[in-house]
Structure formats: structure tokens, C-alpha cells
Design a protein. Structure first.
Length: 251
């Protein structure tokens, strides 16, 4: 529940929903439109990135566009930040590991001839390991603080991982799952690279070893598209195959 916005996996764990029934292993799946029914995909390491929501507000001093020397332009400070923060990925991140820093929204000013007093930016950080995510968060904060100091503006910054840790598969359990399904009729097991998507199942895998995998649902529409319509035959297929896998583990 609440996977999309509130990291329901985290909330369930911290609220004690598992009680005395905390499992020894966790297994989770995510539908994937571009895979056919019968296809599954995972790997023996990181499947999904960890995410961190970023909110930044620069506050300067508004004024008339004709008298910029009497104001302190928050929009200019924010613009420099958006440019300089790109260096975090290009110069602080190991290119073999990779990371993403994207600011998809910036709001500043009210009209053409008034210098903006505030500028608000909303973005996201994606990284394939928790250590890399923490490094990128640290550098984003430092760049923002440097810009604020350089332009003499005030800074408010909020870094909110919200429980969306990297989905790091347990190598031994992943190998067991992959090996099993490689030998099952009707299943095509695909070894796939990691994706920069986020998933709250990562929090649970940080507490209990386990595996997450993609399940093909064969539809032309991508994830989060309102017309996404999974092939219904995937339901009995998945229940049957996964039930057999779990029965094998307990016998």
C-alpha cells in the first residue's frame, strides 16, 4: 500500500505490521509492459535505484527591474545552481556506478519587470547504491550552500529519501531464483541491467534479504500510462509459477 507517494513498505515495517511474522526472505515483483507473458527479468545485484526528493528555496530581495542594484535576484541564483549542480554527476560520481540529478520544476517571479524575491526548485536524485545516494545528496547540499553564499541569498533545502532505498537483490537468493526459473517450462528468465526507477521494496530488502524481479504483462502502453492494460492471463501464470517456487524452498 502507498507505494507511490508515502513509501508504504517503510510505513508497514516501522508500524510493526509484520509483528512476529517477519519473514526470513522477501520476494517482490513489478509489472513490466514491454516483456511478454512468460518473461521475467532480474539480476544478482541492484535492480532499481534509490531516490531522494529535493526541494530548494532561494530567498533574496525583490525590486524593480530598472534598479537591479537595489535588489537581490533569487532567480539568477537559482539559475546558476541548476547549471552548477550538473557537475555533481559529471565530476563527483564514479562513471561506472552512475547517478541522476534532475530538477524538473523551477518557479520564480511574477512578471517581466519585477526582480524575483524567491525561487523554488523541485527535483530528484537517483543512485544505484545507498552510499552513492548519500554522496550525491551531500554534494547537492554543498553546491546549494555555495550558491547561496556567493549571491548573498537565504537558502532552505529539504532532502527527503522517504524510504525509497536502492533495491539491492541478495546475490545468493537471486541466483537461486534465476536458476530455478531457467529450468521451468513456459518461463523465459532474462538477466537485465538495473533501472533508475524507484521502489519502496528497497527498504524491506535493507532489513531482510530477498529478491525483486520484473514480470512481463505484454501491453503497448508504458508504466503510469492511464491506458496500461496488463494481459489477464499473466495472473494465473504468475500465481502458479511463484507458488511452485516458494513450495520448492520450504520443502
Amino acid at each position: 500500500p502507498a507505494e507511490e507517494n508515502l513509501a508504504g513498505g517503510t510505513l508497514m515495517y516501522e508500524a510493526g505490521a509484520f509483528g512476529d511474522w517477519l519473514p526470513d526472505e522477501f520476494y517482490g515483483l513489478h509489472v513490466r509492459p514491454d516483456l511478454k507473458v512468460g518473461q521475467m527479468a532480474t539480476n544478482r545485484a541492484t535492480l532499481f535505484a534509490g531516490t531522494c526528493e529535493v526541494k530548494i528555496r532561494f530567498t533574496g530581495k525583490g525590486g524593480h527591474a530598472a534598479f537591479p542594484h537595489t535588489a537581490n535576484d533569487a532567480l539568477v541564483a537559482a539559475s546558476y545552481f541548476v547549471t552548477q549542480v550538473q557537475s555533481v554527476v559529471s565530476r563527483n560520481v564514479d562513471p561506472i556506478e552512475g547517478a541522476v540529478v534532475t530538477f524538473g520544476s523551477m518557479h520564480a517571479g511574477t512578471t517581466n519587470n519585477v526582480i524575483a524575491e524567491t525561487a523554488f526548485l523541485h527535483g530528484t536524485i537517483r543512485a544505484l547504491t545507498q552510499n552513492m545516494s548519500l554522496l550525491v545528496q551531500k554534494r547537492v547540499r554543498e553546491v546549494a550552500e555555495g550558491i547561496a553564499l556567493s549571491f548573498g541569498v537565504d537558502l532552505e533545502i529539504e532532502l527527503n529519501p522517504s524510504g525509497y532505498l536502492p533495491v539491492e537483490n541478495n546475490p545468493q537468493l537471486a541466483d537461486e531464483l534465476i536458476t530455478y526459473f531457467d529450468g521451468v517450462d513456459g518461463v523465459e528468465m532474462i538477466d537485465c541491467p538495473p533501472a533508475m526507477t524507484g521502489e519502496d521494496f528497497g527498504y524491506l530488502l535493507n532489513k531482510v534479504p530477498g529478491v525483486m524481479f520484473w514480470l512481463g504483462v505484454d501491453t503497448p502502453y508504458p508504466l503510469h500510462n492511464p491506458r496500461l492494460s496488463p494481459k489477464e492471463e499473466v495472473l494465473p501464470f504468475a500465481v502458479d509459477k511463484l507458488s511452485n517456487f516458494l513450495k520448492m524452498k520450504v520443502n
